[in-house]
Design a protein around this ligand. Structure first.
Ligand SMILES: [Zn+2]
Length: 460
């Protein structure tokens, strides 16, 4: 490898987005050539300075997210040899590269002292084991891991698709990999792992895999026009599953995969995820909240929430205590957050908030996630606290705390006290859109570096 070739590749070498096979000759050359070594150090510090400036100007997160995904796929293609990195470099302007590198946290990690320096001196992630080769979406929770007893299930990237991998939750040792290709949305109980994936008729069937072997036990193929549209993680209700796809809600026997009942809402009404409570399933269809009887799927109660919503935007639903909380997009960029009391059959409060990516409720505290985390008093709708945090994953309750990933900079796993929003801990260096999933004292984080991390999470 000559000097010219090395200088050509330096920027990618520095940001670490280079396949090992390509990086190794450069490393060798740098060890021997002082001129290139100096050029490398100069470029490293220039990029670092520019990154700091860019960090101050703050790029809009949505733009950054889109760009980041695009560059990631470009890099993936280049790595698979379908495109040359040289071509890629011309396809992307220097400014865009900087933005993305900043977004990926690459510069934060690579500039400065050279070796990984953790910003702010935050604690190291209390890692127990790691499993590499994990598929990680940058915008959704579809590849969040599922945990049951001593198994954790994740999605491995294979070719253009994914498969389920079963891992010993304590040791990280692989138990099996599914032959069936899956899309995502994992759920697990003692005998089965459920996922949305390629069945006999479509790419979006509900599959049940044997928890011991990974073999497909059954696949459920929803029928009718109602099924076009978004889907969600199946909700486990004892031996039954509630699954939404398009504008249809299906209750399925977990043992056999046969349909128990189906409820369809007018075509085009986006459904929230279903929430089970005693003998009811709550679901928002378009702008109406419904309670379905678990036994037969009949609508036992309906409540219109608002006059209008933005079409196709998915409503969010959380149920806790005696209240239902709903977030519906009311206009571009704005969301209406409402509290409905089934006992009083009335809307207790509503407020308008920034566009919300996640709505969750823990006890009497409601959490919304936009470009910040906000906690609302469930009874009154009063804002309790707010915490600025970039990113898209849900929060995970651990004892009296909430854990979530802040995608700012190089990313961090943040722990806050649920009631006060007080910062309990912050572990630097991980980004994820799937959020943390917790088993027994161990948290599982499907991070954007393609690694499933098991981390020690002491309950407060
Ligand atoms: Zn050289």
């Amino acid at each position: 490898m000559d000097c010219r070739h090395v200088r050509d590749q330096l920027v990618w070498y520095i940001v670490g987005e280079m396949a090992e096979a390509e990086g190794e000759p450069i490393e060798q050359h740098l060890a021997e050539c002082s001129a290139c070594r100096e050029a490398c150090e100069n470029l490293r510090s220039t990029l670092g300075r520019q990154a700091d400036e860019a960090a101050e100007s703050r790029v809009r997160p949505q733009f950054r997210e889109a760009l980041r995904a695009e560059i990631r796929s470009e890099i993936a293609l280049a790595r698979r040899g379908r495109r040359r990195l040289r071509q890629l470099r011309w396809a992307v302007s220097a400014a865009a590269v900087l933005t993305v590198m900043l977004g990926l946290g690459l510069l934060m990690r690579h500039h400065g002292a050279g070796k990984a320096s953790r910003p702010g001196g935050y604690a190291e992630l209390p890692e127990i084991w790691r499993h590499e080769g994990i598929s990680s979406s940058h915008t959704t929770t579809l590849d969040a891991p599922a945990v049951h007893d001593d198994s954790v299930y994740g999605l491995e990237a294979v070719g253009d698709g994914r498969r389920v991998v079963a891992v010993n939750a304590k040791t990280g040792r692989c138990r099996w990999r599914s032959r069936a290709g899956v899309w995502g949305y994992l759920a697990a109980d003692a005998s089965r792992v459920y996922a949305v994936g390629s069945g006999p008729k479509s790419q979006r069937d509900l599959l049940a895999l044997d928890a011991g072997t990974g073999k497909v036990v059954w696949s459920y193929v929803p029928e009718g026009a109602a099924v076009h549209g978004a889907t969600s993680t199946p909700l486990l209700l004892g031996k039954r599953l509630c699954w939404c796809r398009g504008s249809g809600v299906f209750l399925i026997d977990g043992e056999t995969g046969s349909r128990i009942w189906e409820r369809s809402f007018p075509e085009g009404s986006a459904l929230s995820r279903p929430v089970g409570q005693a003998d009811r399933i709550w679901v928002v269809a378009g702008k109406t909240l419904h309670a379905l009887d678990v036994a037969d799927g009949h609508v036992v109660r309906s409540k219109a929430l608002c006059e209008r919503t933005t079409r196709f935007s998915r409503p969010l639903l959380a149920v806790s205590g005696t209240n239902c909380y709903v977030a519906v997009r009311s206009s571009p960029g704005r969301t209406r957050l409402l509290c409905y009391s089934p006992d009083r059959d009335d809307l207790v409060w509503d407020t308008t908030v920034d566009r919300v990516a996640h709505l969750q409720a823990f006890g009497d505290i409601v959490i919304t996630r936009s470009d910040r985390l906000q906690a609302w008093d469930g009874a009154s709708g009063r804002l309790l606290w707010a915490y600025a945090a970039e990113g898209c994953g849900p929060v995970c309750p651990i004892g009296g705390n909430l854990c979530f990933v802040d995608a700012e900079g190089s990313g961090a796993l943040v722990m806050l006290e649920t009631r006060t929003g007080r910062l309990v801990n912050r572990y630097a260096g991980k980004r994820s859109c799937a959020g943390l999933v917790v088993g027994e004292q161990i948290g599982y984080l499907n991070a954007q570096d393609g690694v499933l991390y098991a981390v020690r999470m002491e309950k407060a």
